[in-house]
Write a protein that binds this ligand. Structure first.
Ligand code: SHN
Ligand code: NAI
Length: 212
């Protein structure tokens, strides 16, 4: 059984190629677009949503069947056709160029898989079952969405600000650790949501000041 190493990749401006233009390709393209790559899609037919993205110039469309060479210069490749032979040919080409590839319905032809994920600003939470049950990944992601609400966006932003300040102002590494611990483990979000919104920053600052 393969084991996948969890990693976060910067796709900004990188060429990502998607072969196939159905529902699954659509889901993959939409999740890719949130991360700023250049997306090229090779498929004779596209879903309406994918067509709209082409019209808006968010993705580039090569309106024909896959041909050898289509994957050249790609940073990542997704293959989501309904034709196993095309999937195999794409995998061969990706191997030749040493490009990581994900063939959506063929786990043994995947160099990478994509976890279910949720974003709260700079906080990312991912779930994977190593391909055993994408549906379970989805369910756990939904549960985590309830546990880690939108309030975490602001909390993580403020923690980022605090960290810069503390790294700048506090020389002692042990002291820095104690400050971060007090704020992160302080359950500051467990209080009434309306109230904390008004003074989350103040609460963090007062913990910091009380420790200096
Ligand atoms: C290996 C992996 C490769 C990859 O795609 O990266 C893979 C493979 C396959 N998925 C299949 C089916 C479904 N996939 C989903 C949903 C998601 N699938 C995703 C990831 C992954 N899917 C990777 C492993 C993730 C892990 O480790 O857990 C998510 C997390 C992310 C995303 O796709 O963006 C996204 C949830 C996003 C969210 O909601 O948060 C649903 C449910 C639904 O539609 O909501 C179904 C139908 C129910 C079911 O079958 O379980 C099939 C069978 C196809 C067939 O029946 O022919 C295969 C192929 C196989 O397993 O053989
Ligand atoms: N990994 C996952 O999460 C899931 C994977 N699947 C699998 O993914 C595959 C795709 O699913 P759907 O998008 O629903 O299929 P679909 O039938 O809607 O789309 C297939 C697409 O591939 C294109 N295509 C066919 N031959 C091609 C070629 N030679 N070159 C380029 N494009 C070509 C078609 O024009 C069409 O746009 C299926 O095999 C399905 O079993 C299905 C559900 C979930």
């Amino acid at each position: 059984m393969k084991k996948y190493y969890p990693i976060m990749v910067d796709l900004t401006g990188k060429n990502c190629t998607v072969v196939g233009g159905g529902k699954v390709a659509e889901r993959k393209v939409i999740s890719l677009l949130a991360y700023g790559p250049k997306v090229k899609i090779v498929s004779p037919v596209l879903t309406n949503s994918l067509k709209a993205l082409v019209t808006e110039k968010q993705i580039l469309w090569v309106p024909r069947q896959y041909q050898r060479g289509d994957l050249e210069n790609s940073y990542l490749v997704y293959v989501a056709t309904n034709d196993p032979e095309v999937n195999r040919l794409c995998y061969e080409e990706a191997q030749q160029w040493k490009i990581p590839i994900n063939v959506v319905d063929t786990p043994h032809l995947c160099d990478f898989i994509v976890p279910a994920s949720l974003q709260r600003g700079d906080l990312s939470i991912m779930v994977s079952t190593n391909g055993k049950s994408p549906m379970l990944s989805r369910k756990i992601r939904e549960e985590l969405e309830k546990l880690y609400g939108e309030d975490y966006t602001e909390f993580v932003r403020l923690l980022g600000e605090l960290r810069e300040k503390v790294l700048d102002e506090v020389e002692d590494a042990q002291k820095r650790r104690e400050i971060f611990e007090a704020v992160v483990y302080g359950d500051l979000l467990k209080q009434d949501p309306i109230e904390y919104k008004q003074d989350l920053r103040e609460k963090i600052e007062s913990i910091y000041k009380s420790m200096c």
